[in-house]
Design a protein around this ligand. Sequence first.
Ligand code: CUK
Ligand code: CUA
Ligand code: CA
Length: 644
Amino acid sequence: MSDDNQEIENSEILGDESRRKFFGTTAVATLAGAGLVMGLASCKKDGETAVTGKALEASGGGKFDVPPGKLDTYYTFSSAGHNGEVRIYGVPSGRTLKRIPVFNVDCLVGWGITNESKAIMGTNADGSLKYMTGDTHHVHGSYTDGTYNSKYLWTNDKLNNRIARIRMDRMECDAITDLPNVQGFHGIFPDKRDPVDASINYTTRVFCGAEFASPQPNDGRDELDHTKWYSLFTCVDAESMQVRWQVRINGNCDLVATSYDGKLAATNQYNTENGAVLADMMSAERDACVFFNIERIEAAIKAGKSFTIGDSKVPVVDGTIDNNKDPKAALVCYVPVPKNPHGVNISPDGKYFVCAGKLSPTATVIATDLVHQWFAGELKTQRDAVVAEPEIGLGPLHTGFDGKGNAFTTLFLDSQIVKWNVDKAIAQFKGDKKVQPVLDRIDVHYQPGHGYASMGETKEADGMFFNSGNKFSKDRFLPVGPLHCETEQLIDITGDKMVLIHDHTAYPEPHDAIIVRADVVKTKQVSDMNDFPNAVKAFTDNRIERKGKKVMVYMTSQAPNFGLPEIKVKHGDDVTITLTNHDKVEDLTHGFGIENYNVNFIVNPQETHSVSFKANKVGVFWIYCTHFCHALHLEMRIRFIVEK
Ligand code: CUK
Ligand code: CUA
Ligand code: CA
């Protein structure tokens, strides 16, 4: 079908004359450089003020209001981009519930300040943090049998190539692992079930895609010859957080998805050209979606068919095209997809992977069982695994699902979400000219990146909400200077037509997130003192111990008191202060800040944290509780005295 026909059909079905013409892949490619500008030019200049009157009615008339005192019905766990943290919002209200520091330093909780958090983040020999920066893009939860089990979240650090785990009972980061020999660690996705040992009730692997090829090892060799650079696909053990294995591939990894049968992981590739500059990365009409055959990879490693790179002990297997030509022995399957695709998402029934075209106005639907057939040697070409490629609009990036056979894809250039039906797209691909897969479109404001549906990445996808994470907010909120916030727009997807519920703001810049039913998530509000090995368990344990220049301070807090009236040390001492909060009341947190000593952290009920620093300034410095805890909160302070 020609592009013009597609346009006419869309206009007829949607009654929307304003739709711009679809572009063929070549036209879009030439637009790629100017694409952003073009997209922005489509932003409306008027009529974008507060939602009132009819607009409010159209938005559901408050159907999704969460009145004061009432709770949201979903959690959103969101990346925070180059802020390096993970955030929690309530849905549908959009209320910010928590910011979980991960790769960043946070002086509210003391992340990057306490010894316990520094041990997780990693330090140099002098005790300083190895990294103070990070860039989170994707957050995914641990699964049991295809749906969330509320045990862990994982997130990536694209900047320093680390994977972090968050334990969901406390919503705190508890492990960070460096990935060797990769750069631009971008996509991440855990197993949806455990195919190895059914008696283990947690996800056992997390798959990590690296976007940028680099010399291997990156020790000064091959610096000027990028044809010798590779990127690697990495598997991390979910419990031990050790790197299990890596696969060397041609081209790059980008986003990652996993099948529901525990057998496949997929990554989309936009740079099969292995280009080092922009024009080269866009030179091919097709890139690929790569499927990793997990069983075969693990068998190859068991059989010792692996090598190592540089100092890393992680076994690496060869997944390059030349060495994986025989489907029956191949570790990886490269399925051609047009053009610089972005995003790979699997439908909740497990049947289809969808790769969005980005520079092609299409979404490519790849059948899971056909990928298996290719690996079995029963499919002629990898491209034969493609079962649909509907034209859906300009700049398609990410796809969510409603569990009723419909897909919702963000269109970056069109500033829209498009709803399309997977079965109809397959029928159209088979040659049915009358069928129209696109069912609805809605404008979003502006330039959506990630979009995701409630429970949409589980077999319990419920078709309630779709969130459009927009990269530009422009005129949607009160201006606050040059740095704008991002818009998260919540959309009701229960009916035939998508309905915008509301906008909420997000500090730049979130990428991916998951929307999880509230009843799935189980957290603890008061910790167990016994979970903290260095707890100062009794008030009689309040004391100061000295061993040479090392001074150990053991202290309790209980509103409105610290366990010691003063801490006296000598100039040059190495001081470690361990603080245990004896309050048991929910929400009764104390803070611990030392004037002019760059120390600030909190202890939640029954928790213990410690800090170590050099007493390098002589004088009297007040230590005060930073977290409002009691009518006598301001009086909750003691003296830190550093003698000459
Ligand atoms: S990527 Cu940001 S919009 Cu890093 Cu998930 Cu697609
Ligand atoms: Cu303790 Cu404020
Ligand atoms: Ca490309």
